[in-house]
Design a protein around this ligand. Structure first.
Ligand code: FAD
Length: 470
């Protein structure tokens, strides 16, 4: 049998259900990846992330070659053309079946549905798998039979319905028959050089990444709960780009947690248990995006917030995007993202809340800007995080509970180490002033663009005026 495996956000050979199902000793298997730059641009996928994908792909290619599977890079600009591209490829090489792992955002689902129809009508087999979550979206239900919209009961149900056999990892397939297919790559992933960050910050390769994450759990896992909120400490795993590209599976991450916690996930070491709960937040937002396709189309989860009278002041938007709002912790967060492609979670919340509340700027503007820079940009988690911060989402922060950036700064960056790392202007600023300099110009820094107290009250008034039953 000749099978096609279509790789997308699952760039690994271990614990990959689509790959494993396509492989058996008497099968010939070919892998493809489709480069779709214009489509990715429409989705605001960052050049930092695309560059990272390509680096992960070239590592994947080496791993696939060890089991006799060639990786062919195809090019097709938009998702709407993928079905045609894949069926032509399959017909040319007499491939009988296609295998892929499921993606949940709406455009990806529509694309995959097209592929399914075209292949089935050509009498070819289509096999798809859930590899990003442990419980398939749609299978966890509230007592009333609905979908969860709040994280804590979701998590309780996740554990109640967990059978540890669901966490069994799928081994790397044994070598398949050598491939007869020699299709010229349609895009050179090795010469892509648009990234704006130092990619060396993000090593690639399945085994390197696994070592990195297991070292984190072993050495820092127990301290995670206490240290995770302090951005100047390297106290989080930085696993997000790898999880989102599928270099490691969340199942593997959960099993690593068990290995460091006497086989338990929900009790025992408080740090590890907390880390597990973050992996489940990721799964929660995948269920949300699957059950509520409107959130990947720019709609709020809570529809009553559809018509917030955003001010969208262009000067404020530009200042926020350039990291020159005059609020040091906010500017440091934005500059960290621009410089490294990643931002600490505490900062993501602070800058998102500042934009959507103090500046009364539509959260969708911030969501898109994050996607354009993040190496771990992920529609489900990014949308979930933005809607949480803007109080429009599931579990959202109540609109009147607005984080005060200065207080956050004093609490989580007491010595101003993080601020000084990313705001070079404030390097010589005394610690007692670094959170809100008295005379910013003295350091070549800018005055705050808004008064924190007044802008906070304004946001409360605007959000408070939205009727509950809208
Ligand atoms: C406004 C906003 C935007 C965000 N955008 C993204 C995004 O585009 N991509 C992304 O992966 N995460 C996003 N997050 C969630 C979170 O900030 C990152 O996952 C986390 O900072 C990644 O760092 P880490 O790998 O060191 O996480 P750790 O603290 O080590 O956590 C382990 C893993 O759990 C998952 N996780 C942790 N926190 C969350 C969370 N709040 N929601 C969902 N999953 C979580 C991630 O996969 C992470 O790698 C966003 C959060 C906010 C508030």
């Amino acid at each position: 049998m000749k099978n096609l495996v279509w790789f997308r956000n699952d760039l690994r050979v271990h614990d990959n259900p689509a790959l494993s199902s396509a492989c058996s000793a008497d099968n010939e298997v070919v892998a493809v990846y489709i480069v779709s730059e214009p489509q990715w641009k429409e989705h605001n996928d960052s050049v930092n992330k695309i560059s990272f994908w390509f680096r992960c792909l070239s590592e994947l290619e080496k791993e696939l070659n060890k089991i006799n599977i060639p990786l062919i890079i195809l090019k097709s600009d938009f998702y709407k053309d993928h079905a045609k591209k894949l069926i032509e490829f399959s017909s040319t090489y007499d491939l009988e079946n296609i295998f892929f792992n499921i993606e949940y955002p709406v455009d990806e689902r529509d694309r995959d549905e097209d592929v399914r129809k075209v292949f089935e009508s050509s009498k070819k087999g289509v096999f798809s798998f859930h590899d990003q979550v442990i419980h398939k979206p749609g299978t966890l239900k509230t007592k009333a039979g609905g979908d969860f919209s709040v994280y804590s009961p979701f998590k309780r149900c996740w554990f109640a319905e967990l059978d540890y056999s669901m966490l069994e990892e799928i081994p790397i397939p044994s070598p398949v028959l050598p491939s007869s297919i020699t299709h010229k790559n349609e895009f050179d992933i090795h010469s892509y050089d648009k990234s704006r960050i130092n990619q060396d910050l993000w090593p690639v390769g399945e085994s390197n990444v696994k070592t990195m994450i297991s070292n984190f759990l072993e050495k820092k896992g127990s301290l995670y709960k206490t240290d995770r909120n302090f951005p100047s400490m390297k106290a989080t795993s930085m696993a997000s780009p790898y999880l989102n590209t599928g270099v490691v599976s969340s199942k593997w991450c959960l099993n690593q947690s068990r290995n460091n916690n006497y086989d338990a996930l929900d009790e025992g070491d408080k740090g590890i248990v907390h880390w597990v709960s973050e992996i489940l937040w990721r799964e929660f937002y995948r269920h949300i995006i699957f059950n509520n396709p409107r959130v990947s189309k720019g709609k709020p989860f809570q529809m009553r917030y559809e018509n917030i009278p955003w001010e969208n002041n262009p000067d404020f938007i530009n200042a926020w995007k350039e990291g020159r709002t005059g609020i040091p912790i906010v500017d440091a967060g934005i500059r960290q993202m621009i410089e490294t492609g990643w931002m600490h979670n505490r900062l993501r919340m602070i800058v998102a809340m500042f934009l959507s509340k103090n500046l009364l700027v539509d959260w969708r503007i911030g969501e898109a800007f994050f996607m354009k820079h993040l190496i771990d940009g992920d529609i489900a988690s990014n949308n979930g995080g933005w809607q949480w911060s803007a109080s429009t989402g599931t579990d959202a922060a109540p609109y009147f509970r607005i984080m005060n950036p200065e207080t956050q700064s004093l609490r989580f960056d007491e010595q101003g180490k993080y601020i000084k790392k990313y705001l070079k202007e404030l390097e010589t600023c005394p610690v007692n002033e670094v959170h809100m300099p008295n005379n910013p110009k003295e350091f070549g820094y800018v005055d705050p663009i808004v008064d924190l107290k007044i802008s906070r009250q304004k946001a409360i008034d605007v959000f408070g005026s939205i009727k509950k039953d809208n």
